[in-house]
Design a binder for this molecule. Structure first.
Ligand code: ADP
Ligand code: MG
Length: 323
């Protein structure tokens, strides 16, 4: 028997709202009622994933559920905010129970790990697209932004950028398949990115500016620099490159993927020199690695150097309307 819209919401999504006591009214009424803590500001992000644009046709439903929330958690991480509530607008070509169970499981596992309650949404039929709005909190006046950095601040990046873009390239057969271990590692980085929410909290004490990398490290570094009224220099030789990526793509292509590949969901951040010593001790205790890769400067624009040589990048990040 075909599943109706209301049965579908009841069966797969209502229970994802059970996680928090500050949800006065969740899924099931005309709107949700939520209780914000006093002394806090609301921090809100929305991201849409469209089949064939943000993930290949036929992607595993569990990965789509995970990524739809992960990309928004990453935006809140870049603000140093604590995630709390999500809404989910789901457009489906068909109400396939197996697909929905997997999608909900992917969303739920990540939501539980970050204490996020699903409080509402919309369900429609049409070409597959998923929009999540994520709401969270930061103490008044403390949220991190892209615009607080100054010339002389050092630039850091978390994780090993480029892996996710390689994972997508493997799926789309634009890259040699490599050994199963390497392939699995890179696929996991595209299909199940780990948003750096804890790192975001740590950065509240240290960073002058933060951005999450979704469109490629170089493009997003340029955005942070421009928002801060500076330029930036990135040292390509200092980029943290994963063994898996090097093994799969070779050195030159690895470097290019790390600089221009999308979908990393790592944090790129600026730290004033006076805070560097303290930061190092705190970063050592973080689960994910962070690496100094460059510096902000007065001269506008982004320069990427490999030793004495200036690198020209083929593509300045992803833009939906300039492809
Ligand atoms: P309305 O017609 O008043 O907009 P709907 O019938 O669309 O309400 O939705 C009924 C309830 O189910 C609402 O509380 C809505 O937020 C929730 N809802 C609908 N779709 C989803 C979804 N995909 N995930 C979570 N909650 C949903
Ligand atoms: Mg509706």
């Amino acid at each position: 028997m075909a599943l109706g819209e209301f049965q579908l919401i009841d069966r797969f999504f209502r229970r994802l709202g059970a996680a928090r006591s500050d949800v006065v009214l969740g899924v099931g009424d005309d709107a949700a009622v939520l209780r914000s803590p006093p002394g806090e500001e609301l921090v809100v992000a929305t991201d849409t994933l469209v089949e064939g644009v943000h993930f290949p046709k036929g992607s595993a439903a569990r990965s789509i559920g995970h990524r739809a929330l992960a990309v928004n958690l990453s935006d809140l991480a870049a603000m140093g905010a604590r995630p709390a509530w999500a809404t989910l607008a789901l457009t489906l070509p068909a109400a396939d129970e197996g697909w929905l169970a997997e999608f909900a499981a992917g969303f739920e596992a990540l939501a539980l790990r970050h204490g996020v309650a699903l409080v509402g949404g919309d369900t429609t039929s049409g070409p597959l697209a998923v929009t999540v709005t994520l709401l969270g909190h930061a103490a008044i006046g403390t949220a991190l932004t892209r615009s607080g950095a100054s010339p002389g601040d050092r630039i850091f990046v978390s994780g090993t950028p480029g892996d996710a873009a390689a994972g997508l390239a493997l799926i789309e057969r634009r890259l040699e398949q490599g050994t199963p271990g390497v392939r699995d590692e890179l696929l996991r980085r595209f299909l199940f990115p780990e948003p750096r929410v804890d790192l975001g909290y740590t950065l509240l004490d240290f960073a002058s500016a933060v951005i999450d990398i979704s469109d490629g490290l170089a493009a997003d570094a340029g955005k942070l620099a421009a928002a801060s009224g500076c330029g930036a220099r990135i040292e390509a030789d200092r980029l943290p490159l994963s063994k898996a990526l090097l093994e799969c793509a070779g050195e030159e292509r690895t470097r290019l993927l790390a600089l221009t590949g999308g979908d990393d969901y790592e944090l790129l951040f600026a730290v004033p020199p006076a805070r560097l010593a303290m930061l190092e001790a705190r970063l050592a205790a973080q689960a994910c690695r962070t690496t100094a890769i460059g510096v902000l400067r007065e001269e506008p624009g982004l320069e990427v150097r490999a030793g004495a040589q200036r690198l020209e990048l083929p593509r300045a990040g992803f833009d939906h309307f300039l492809r």
